[in-house]
Write a protein that binds this ligand. Structure first.
Ligand code: G6P
Length: 456
């Protein structure tokens, strides 16, 4: 990789902790950092605060170009169009998307700002790599300003089936914005196909083979590139003494239950946390003669707390936890431990190592990296991954116990089967899963995406 890369993403890869800029956790940043350092790259994104943006600065060898948002833009662009229209629409409309012109206008305006800031730092022959649903108009806007660069777009969430996408009042503008890119990459085959259909229907694009489109005299490539994690980092941390010690403590804190179940999600209605809790309650009902045999830990990371649908979901989940603990708990013991916060990585990995059964049961998810993190943290222990067929990860992690999260009784049966699984089978399944997460890491993901862009 020799060409300069400018990443354009909603958020910068750093945040201000009150005293200094610190690198945000997460696989995407970890994978791109060394590449950007090598090619003298830069990153355009929002600093996380409203008002005047900080001046451009360099952090760990990467030029940071902050984009500003006003309070009203945060409401209209981020909480409004991004997270009350696009997010639910692209996730099977599990809650009803809200379409408002007063959200669409700031979406367009803020996308223009990102495109302008990016254009300023791009030189001929550079690659602009635009990330995710918040910035779908940026490829088209950038192309209108700069014709001498290569533009990539990566969608981290699912691209919806055309029957859902059709609802969007600004569907043509979104498709035209995306078709400004030279390479459009998605998590799954289904998303590639969904996008190709929508591009034909609403953009008038022509399909040339399965992975190429032609539109207004240009051609663009479609790519399936499932995102992944830094597997060896999780493996290393999982075997550290600190994590191993914490695992012993955790199991004890959880009442030395025979089977520990774990769920880790942003508190989001796409994650199926409520249905999952009901499935667990079903298991407790079936096995009421063995109280204290099971413990379920649900970590819910606060997210988008200004959006009413997220507030409603939080109260619903908290009521459900209260009800289950009321029905099945005993003095000094509750079957569900609910943590509404994010955990430090070391603590999170200790939970992965302590958990006998991991529940990843979203109603729809672009990929779901928690599933991959659990597998990477298991090392040579078995452990059962119960995985929704509607998570992008299920296209790759085929040896998981695959469930339909809407089928509450079916998931209860899967939980029971997980606790009764022959250890040899559990071990074999986990070995297969580990082979996948070791072979396809976030470094291979970045290499594949950038190689496609460089070859364009
Ligand atoms: C998903 C999206 C990301 C987003 C993240 C956290 O993974 O694909 O683009 O950054 O959620 O959401 P937030 O709204 O806090 O950025």
């Amino acid at each position: 990789m020799t060409r300069r890369i400018v990443v354009v993403a909603n958020r910068l890869p750093v945040s201000w902790d009150g005293e200094e800029w610190v690198t945000s956790p997460g696989g995407l940043v970890r994978a791109l950092e060394p590449v950007l350092q090598r090619v003298n790259g830069s990153w355009v994104g929002w600093s996380g605060n409203v008002g005047d943006p900080p001046e451009p600065f360099v952090h760990d060898g990467i030029a940071q170009r902050p984009v500003s948002l006003t309070e009203e833009e945060l409401d209209g662009f981020y909480y409004g169009f991004c997270n009350s229209a696009l997010w639910p629409l692209y996730h099977d409309a599990v809650v009803s998307p809200e379409f408002h012109r007063h959200h669409w206008r700031p979406y367009r305006k803020v996308n223009e700002r990102y495109a302008r800031v990016a254009a300023e730092s791009l030189q001929p022959d550079d690659i602009a790599w635009v990330q995710d649903y918040q910035l779908q108009l940026v490829p088209g806007m950038l192309r209108a300003i700069r014709r001498d660069i290569t533009i990539g777009f990566y969608l981290h969430i699912p691209f919806p089936p055309i029957e859902l996408f059709a609802r969007l009042p600004w569907r043509r503008q979104i498709i035209e914005g995306l078709l400004g890119a030279d390479v459009l990459a998605f998590q799954t085959r289904a998303s590639v196909q969904n996008f190709a259909r929508a591009a034909r229907r609403y953009g008038g694009a022509e399909t040339l083979g399965r992975r190429e489109l032609r539109w207004r005299g240009r051609s663009m490539r479609l790519q399936r590139a499932p995102i992944a994690i830094d597997t060896s980092h999780f493996e290393k941390m999982a075997k550290s003494d600190a994590v191993q010690r914490r695992v012993v403590e955790l199991r004890h804190e959880l009442g030395d239950a025979e089977h520990i179940f774990l769920g880790v999600d942003r508190l989001d209605y796409t994650k199926g946390i409520d249905l999952r809790l009901k499935s667990f309650a079903g298991l407790l009902e079936q096995t009421a003669d063995h109280p204290r045999r099971y413990a379920f830990v649900q970590v819910a990371v606060p997210s988008r707390e200004n959006v009413p649908a997220y507030q409603d979901l939080r109260s619903e989940i908290e009521q459900l936890v209260g009800r289950i603990n009321g029905d099945f708990g005993e003095p000094g013991w509750s079957p569900v431990s609910y943590l509404y916060r994010s955990l430090a990585l070391e603590e999170l990995i200790a939970y992965y190592v302590a958990a006998d059964v991991m529940l990843v049961t979203p109603l729809r998810d672009g990929m779901n990296l928690v599933a991959k993190e659990y597998v990477a943290s298991r090392r040579d222990q078995p452990g059962v991954l119960v995985l929704s067929e509607f998570a992008g990860a299920s296209e790759q992690l085929k040896s998981a116990v695959i469930v339909n999260p809407h089928d509450v009784d079916g998931v209860t049966a899967a939980l029971r089967a997980a606790t009764e699984m022959d250890p040899a089978e559990a071990r074999l399944r986990m070995q297969r899963l580990r082979r996948t997460v070791r072979k396809e890491t976030v470094f291979e993901w970045a290499r594949d995406c950038l190689a496609m862009l460089e070859a364009f």
